[in-house]
Design a protein around this ligand. Sequence first.
Ligand SMILES: Cc1cc2nc3c(=O)[nH]c(=O)nc-3n(C[C@H](O)[C@H](O)[C@H](O)COP(=O)(O)OP(=O)(O)OC[C@H]3O[C@@H](n4cnc5c(N)ncnc54)[C@H](O)[C@@H]3O)c2cc1C
Length: 314
Amino acid sequence: MSSSKIAIIGAGMAGITAARTLTAAGYPVQVFEKSRGSGGRLASKRSDMGRVNLGAQSFSAHEHEFTLQVQNWLHSDWLEPSVSQPHEWKGSPYMSALTRNLLGNITTHFACEIRSLSHDDNGWSLHDQHQQIHGPFEQLVVAIPAPQAQALLRDCAPDLAEHAAQVQMQPVWMVALGFKEPLAHAFEQTPNDNKVLAHIIETPQDADHPMQTWMLRASDAWSEQHLEDDKEQVLLALRDALSALYPAQLPEHDSAFAHRWRYGLGALSHPVGHLTDVPRGLYIAGDWCSTGDVYGAWRSGQQAAQQIIEQAAH
Ligand SMILES: Cc1cc2nc3c(=O)[nH]c(=O)nc-3n(C[C@H](O)[C@H](O)[C@H](O)COP(=O)(O)OP(=O)(O)OC[C@H]3O[C@@H](n4cnc5c(N)ncnc54)[C@H](O)[C@@H]3O)c2cc1C
């Protein structure tokens, strides 16, 4: 039996926002996250280049409420404005510093993948990869990408799973190249008419980054065509594409890796904010329910939590 009555699956921006909103309102929660760290698509990876952001490199805030929230986070030292674009923000010194600090000391079970769910009169039970059962919980927030939500909800909430099934998620290949000796020339951040590369983001050498790092994001079409390629093949292909943009011979890199996001980006064509089965205490959140970005994830997590708080007040 668990002492908290609310479980949240997923420690990305949506799950963390739901957890923070509920905790602030006095509802203890337990978060279940299959990775060893928080952040989801805002995760960073430790490497000999320093910490490298694996997914979103920054995010924008235009909407009033989110802008206020970002201003509030700015009082900490784990968020900073992006140097390249106005209204863009990034975790400092890396993205997962933001999510890790937002999660704070909220009870989180890391490396805990929820494989199935069951519901009875006592509430929701969560079954993990070690056949351990967590719960029962009165309320459950599922804040994971649409295809994973679909699989988890298929048997216990087929109507909600159908919504998730409508979302086609775009895969994204990312490659990081590190150079101990910084390159003599820079690149356009968004190279025009490039079939392979969509974005080239530089992280300069500094105290946190012993190498100058170039994060290469493959184009949507290329990522889709090469979804099942080996990491080594992808690394070489993206390096070659970068090399073609370099005015001299591109020096050998000192460190590199490739990362595939099978479920990178995507959202319902008609955003709903979040999905619910109120009588059974089931709430579905995530970027895909909303605008398919960091703002959407934040908004969706917040809306789901607010509805739980409102229901509890009745
Ligand atoms: C390459 C790339 C670039 C991007 N660029 C931008 C950008 O410039 N601006 C922007 O606003 N957005 C960008 N995004 C999108 C943004 O990162 C996402 O919209 C947002 O981070 C999604 O948050 P989320 O909480 O909805 O989902 P996620 O971040 O995916 O979090 C879901 C979490 O659930 C966990 N999980 C999944 N299944 C289970 C399970 N069964 N049990 C337990 N845990 C589970 C996952 O490990 C993950 O931590 C980008 C994304 C990618 C991949």
